[in-house]
Design a binder for this molecule. Structure first.
Ligand code: BTN
Length: 268
């Protein structure tokens, strides 16, 4: 169980984590956060759980996480902007997660670990996923009333516990650091502090530079990929770039560039 008292004592924030609700078990932190957001919960409210019965991934997938081993939380944001900004927020949050993992690693003198992002918001180590983000929104027309940013970070799950279909695709911080037990509270503290700093800066700077920052953590521009989306089906393409609005640009033929707004990609 997360030590909320310790977390609150160690965060420096005026927005993120002013209210933290943590549960031993929930259906999904995103579901409860959406509920509370609809009822007017203030910006920065965090809903967390040690275990989710129906943890949700992107594209209707499920999110695997055994009880008490990992970080599962949703943050309610209320940027007074239109929905287009959510793509940039998601890209920014993937950088914030990487920063927070690196802060922990540095603090514990665990050497240099190199994480990378996979569009739009997976965080990978050595090609394996350590974290994912699922955003949901409440809108009035195109205006955001609330954006729920759901974050799942694999912290202490050992490789042997992942189901067979994830064993080659997923990893955890503990696994990367050689099997040590990682203090989940400490990661949460870094995450809240970084979210606070970066979110305030993004709002102040009108989200400029988000895509360039994201690209610094991306090593697959130019790679051969397979994209899958309701619109395209499954097709082979080249990962050309990420556009200023945060969407992926892919190329099928030399002169045929297109934009992927929603979907997934795999590397070939
Ligand atoms: C993905 O990569 O598919 C997104 C995974 C997001 C998982 C987190 S865990 C906390 C929050 N609550 C959920 O039900 N999902 C997100």
């Amino acid at each position: 169980m997360i030590n909320i008292k310790k977390v609150k004592e160690n965060v420096v924030s005026a927005i993120i984590g002013q209210n933290i609700y943590w549960y031993p078990k929930l259906e999904s932190t995103n579901d409860l956060a959406m509920d509370l957001a609809r009822k007017g919960a203030p910006e920065g409210t965090i809903i967390g759980a040690d275990y989710q019965v129906k943890g949700k991934g992107r594209l209707n997938r499920t999110w695997f996480s055994p009880a008490g081993e990992n970080l599962l939380l949703s943050v309610i944001l209320r940027p007074s902007r239109s929905i287009e900004i959510s793509q940039k927020i998601v890209l920014a949050v993937s950088g914030i997660i990487i920063c927070s993992l690196n802060d922990y690693i540095e603090e514990h003198e665990k050497g240099k670990v190199s994480f990378e992002v996979k569009w739009p918001n997976d965080i990978l180590f050595d090609g394996k996923k350590i974290a994912g983000i699922l955003t949901q929104s409440i809108l009035t027309g195109k205006k955001i009333e609330a954006l729920v940013v759901g974050i799942g970070i694999n912290i202490n799950t050992p490789l042997k516990k992942f189901p067979d279909e994830l064993k080659n695709k997923a990893t955890s911080l503990s696994q990367i650091l050689g099997g040590v037990n990682v203090d989940i509270d400490d990661i949460l503290i870094h995450l809240i502090n970084n979210l606070e700093k970066k979110y305030i800066k993004l709002e102040r700077t009108n989200y400029s530079g988000v895509v360039d920052e994201w690209k610094k953590n991306c090593r697959s521009i130019g790679a051969d990929i397979v994209i899958e989306s309701p619109k395209t089906g499954k097709i082979k393409a080249v990962f050309e770039d990420v556009a200023e609005d945060g969407f992926l640009i892919y190329r099928i033929n030399t002169n045929d560039k297109r934009k992927l707004v929603s979907g997934s990609l795999d590397y070939l």
